[in-house]
Design a binder for this molecule. Structure first.
Ligand SMILES: C[S@@+](CC[C@H](N)C(=O)[O-])C[C@H]1O[C@@H](n2cnc3c(N)ncnc32)[C@H](O)[C@@H]1O
Length: 347
């Protein structure tokens, strides 16, 4: 049975019911059957990323977003916070998962209230701030992740719907932040969070975002990537994260590579202002991806014969940005990730 103090919240009944539904659906997702067997599917109430899994510090600054209008995946909120850091004027977040909104708002409220190290120690699954900063260190679990005492320091700054959602989740997990975090979050990349995010690279950058955040207009849409064209807005830049990997796939995808290309060219591009750009895809260790998870023999070949496996994306993109991969297994080989860009100019 869910209860809260009526007087604590100013939400109207409809808004309250929406949060309750979101909370209940999140719990339902956590308790779903055969979860360990399933591919990490995304849905309206699936798990939340605490940090980006991409090296955003390797490409967002190169997109020239200062004073620009940007549409981005909401996800962990890291794309949004890096865009704020780099001076974006207006940011619209989209995500299939409503929970991405709750996570991003949690991050923004924490950022406004907590000092740099405390913010990292609250969100990061790494045992200590030092572990989070030095990516090569062996990561041990942070038992104080999502510490309820820290949550209480900033929860009053949350929008009421977001506060209600997190209050209910904390209650569900008996105010044990570590259990709550391990259940609802995907955080395998906490140890790369500092390196991957410009706004977290040092206390100075963190303070810059703190100062800028209230001056940026941020909106959120719960929307599938394939419905973005229904937005009646224009953007200078659109960030699609690595959603391509999930929707364009032979065995669990929903669209062929060719259809995705024509969706971008014929529909999504209509959202772009002149000279606008779309970050189409993010490919991890992109040249050897096909063979990297295969046999030892294949891996041997992969290191000798680098194969570019993303023909379809190559056709659509006008430019690629290579960024260093942080996946430990590959770092020693200087493996690169790759960001594919599309632009609205005639090419
Ligand atoms: C693809 S995931 C992976 C993490 C990502 N690389 C990052 O750095 O944050 C990012 C987000 O995409 C969202 N997502 C996945 N499929 C989607 C779709 N078809 N439409 C809209 N959002 C989607 C997920 O809910 C998740 O929050």
């Amino acid at each position: 049975m869910i209860r809260w103090e009526e007087s604590d919240f100013m939400l109207n009944d409809e808004e309250k019911n929406q949060v309750l539904t979101d909370y209940q659906e999140t719990i339902k997702f956590l308790n779903r059957e055969y979860k360990s067997l399933m591919h990490p599917t995304f849905s309206h109430h699936s798990s939340m990323y605490t940090f980006t899994t991409e090296i955003l510090s390797g490409y967002i600054k190169k997109l020239g977003v200062k004073d620009k209008d940007v549409l981005t995946v909401t996800a962990s909120g890291d794309q949004i916070l890096n865009l704020v850091f780099h001076g974006a004027k207006k940011i619209d977040g989209f995500d299939l998962n409503t929970n991405a909104y709750y996570m991003t708002q949690l991050k923004i409220a924490a950022l406004k209230s907590l000092p740099y190290e405390e913010f990292i120690n609250y969100f990061s699954a790494c045992k200590s701030f030092e572990d989070a900063v030095f990516v090569e260190k062996k990561v041990e679990n942070n038992l104080n992740v999502f510490d309820y005492n820290v949550y209480q320091k900033f929860s009053d700054k949350l929008p009421e719907d977001v506060k209600l959602y997190w209050d209910l989740l904390y209650k569900e997990f008996n105010y044990d932040g570590s259990k709550l975090h391990d259940s609802v979050c995907i955080s395998s990349d906490s140890d790369t969070a500092v390196f991957a995010n410009d706004y977290l690279q040092n206390a100075t950058n963190y303070e810059i975002v703190k100062q800028k955040i209230d001056n940026v207009n941020i909106n959120y849409y719960v929307k599938d990537i394939l419905q973005l064209h229904t937005l009646s807005k224009k953007y200078d830049c659109i960030l699609l994260s690595n959603i391509y990997d999930y929707i364009v796939s032979d065995w669990y995808g929903v669209i062929s590579a060719e259809d995705f290309n024509s969706y971008v060219q014929n529909k999504l591009s209509n959202l772009l202002n002149e000279n606008g750009i779309i970050q189409l895809a993010y490919k991890y260790h992109y040249k050897t991806k096909n063979v990297a998870y295969g046999s030892t023999l294949k891996k041997l070949f992969a290191s000798k014969y680098k194969i570019d496996v993303n023909e379809s994306l190559n056709k659509l993109s006008y430019k690629k940005i290579l960024v260093p991969s942080l996946i430990k297994e590959y770092r020693k080989d200087k493996e690169m990730d790759c960001v594919y860009l599309y632009n609205s100019k005639k090419r």
